[in-house]
Design a binder for this molecule. Structure first.
Ligand SMILES: Cc1cc2nc3c(=O)[nH]c(=O)nc-3n(C[C@H](O)[C@H](O)[C@H](O)COP(=O)(O)OP(=O)(O)OC[C@H]3O[C@@H](n4cnc5c(N)ncnc54)[C@H](O)[C@@H]3O)c2cc1C
Length: 459
């Protein structure tokens, strides 16, 4: 089940208790228990998203990878489109991968083709380190798929509902097939990525005013107001989710060349979330994942009357009908969830101060999305952009006011259009996939918990 059990798990036997010690009681700021979220997600949401997200409508995300970092000069690594893999000559590219690109006939990526996976990993001739190879972004699309995507855009434009399919309508935006580029371990680490997380926390999360160092942590987050706490918890939850994914899909190397494989890495997980190695914070970061999950869940529930009326158009009638039915089924589950995050307690009063706080909140969040242009690993950048755009879409749904007056039983799409509220296809793809990432993280936590318990019994 968990593929690989590390040989150097820290000595204390209470692995499960230590990492998961905070995963009990109510989720912070919410009226819902962690346990309830676990059951709801693992049995009702995760299986549905697992079959929905690979559908064509949801698997292609538009992204501009060429935008320069607006905050500091490119500090190297396998940065954006200058990634070493791109400078490969034909002869350097493994035959199967090159043929896939040339023939454009293979919709199955390395994930589904172990031979391609092995060769992709060993294609080290044009990049210096395996980290760069792991961060390689596969932008292969079949000719048919490219044509279909152009048709979707045309359709979206004429519907005026999802008119802006890429992040800035520039020629540099490309479609990325998310199935070909799963979020997993890439080896992206060191000063470059530390600067990114540091900038996010130090400069773009709100901080208690006086008497504290630059960082927010569980000891001082309580001194912030609800909105600022929510901001920190959302970012920390996203960070936790990204790190859970890299531990859940980790590249295990072996002494024997060619024997690498992907699988869960319990030791990596423990180092990242154990209170002993995180100054007591790791388990609290895991709690923040639940907070973010409930926030995005609430946004989807709030937008459900709107989402239910969308066509999810791809041009293939059978596919579209299937996606429609699956989305309705998912939304029914989400609507049946009662103890949702209550966004109405945020930015209350309509006073100038509340408006100013909302503006600051928006400004800080926009900055974080811009920091994604500084991420020096293409695959991480795609998923970083997708997840911040998904969260941005959730915040837009929760706080734009467009859904506040809507009566879900008599929801009127026309009045939404009149109020100029709409979500682009890309926003919908980002929203569902970002939520899918959180759902998978919570599911993965259960896998880690079981692996840790098994390990304890074995010892
Ligand atoms: C947008 C983005 C996407 C990424 N995607 C990937 C990916 O797909 N695959 C991959 O292998 N790597 C990815 N990374 C890198 C990964 O997140 C780590 O940065 C990297 O593995 C180095 O980890 P680290 O141990 O140095 O600590 P980091 O995760 O870099 O954390 C830096 C510091 O932040 C604090 N911290 C850590 N977690 C939290 C939290 N949840 N809440 C609050 N504070 C926290 C700690 O003090 C820690 O020392 C991504 C990074 C970014 C910025």
């Amino acid at each position: 089940q968990f593929g690989f059990l590390p040989s150097k798990v820290p000595a204390s036997p209470a692995i499960a208790d230590r990492c998961f010690c905070e995963l009990k009681g109510n989720v912070d700021e919410c009226e819902c228990s962690v346990d309830f979220v676990d059951k709801f997600n693992n049995y009702r949401i995760y299986p549905r998203l697992k079959s929905l997200l690979p559908k064509n409508y949801f698997r292609f995300f538009t992204v501009n990878l060429k935008k320069p970092c607006p905050f500091w000069p490119d500090d190297g690594g396998c940065a954006s489109t200058q990634c070493a893999v791109e400078s490969c000559t034909e002869a350097n590219i493994p035959r199967e991968i090159f043929q896939t690109k040339q023939n454009k006939s293979n919709l199955f990526g390395p994930e589904n083709n172990p031979k391609l996976l092995t060769e992709a990993q060993s294609a080290g001739t044009c990049s210096e380190g395996s980290d760069e190879e792991l961060g390689y972004l596969n932008t292969t699309l079949t000719k048919q798929m490219s044509a279909d995507l152009a048709l979707w855009k045309l359709h979206d434009d004429t519907q005026h509902s999802f008119c802006d399919v890429d992040d800035d309508n520039s020629n540099d935006s490309v479609f990325v097939d998310l199935l070909l580029n799963p979020e997993r371990y890439t080896g992206y680490k060191g000063p470059s990525v530390q600067r990114i997380w540091r900038t996010i926390y130090e400069e773009n999360c709100f901080k208690p005013k006086r008497g504290y160092g630059p960082y927010i942590d569980s000891t001082n987050v309580g001194d912030l107001c609800l909105e600022k706490r929510a901001f920190y918890r959302a970012i920390s939850g996203l960070h936790a989710s990204i790190n859970i994914h890299l531990c859940a899909q980790y590249l295990h190397s072996h002494a024997v060349p060619g024997m690498q494989h992907w699988g869960m890495n319990l030791q990596e997980f423990q180092v990242r979330f154990d209170p002993e190695t995180t100054n007591g914070e790791g388990p609290k970061w895991l709690r923040n994942l639940y907070f973010l999950y409930l926030l995005e869940l609430r946004a989807i529930a709030k937008a459900a009357p709107y989402l239910e009326q969308l066509p999810f158009y791809t041009g293939n009638d059978t596919d579209d009908a299937e996606v429609n039915a699956a989305v309705h089924d998912l939304l029914n589950q989400i609507k049946s969830f009662q103890p949702h995050f209550n966004e109405s307690s945020m930015f209350t009063g309509g006073s100038k101060q509340a408006q100013k706080l909302k503006e600051e909140f928006r400004h800080h969040f926009r900055n974080i999305t811009r920091i994604m242009d500084c991420v020096g690993c293409e695959k991480c950048k795609v998923w970083g952009k997708l997840q911040t755009q998904g969260l941005g879409t959730a915040l837009k749904i929760l706080f734009s006011g467009s859904f506040d007056k809507a009566n879900p039983t008599a929801f009127d799409l026309k009045s939404m259009k009149r109020s100029r509220f709409q979500l682009t296809r890309n926003e919908i793809v980002a929203l569902f996939n970002a939520f899918g990432r959180l759902s998978t993280s919570i599911y993965n936590l259960e896998m880690f918990r079981q692996a840790a318990e098994t390990l304890q019994q074995v010892r």
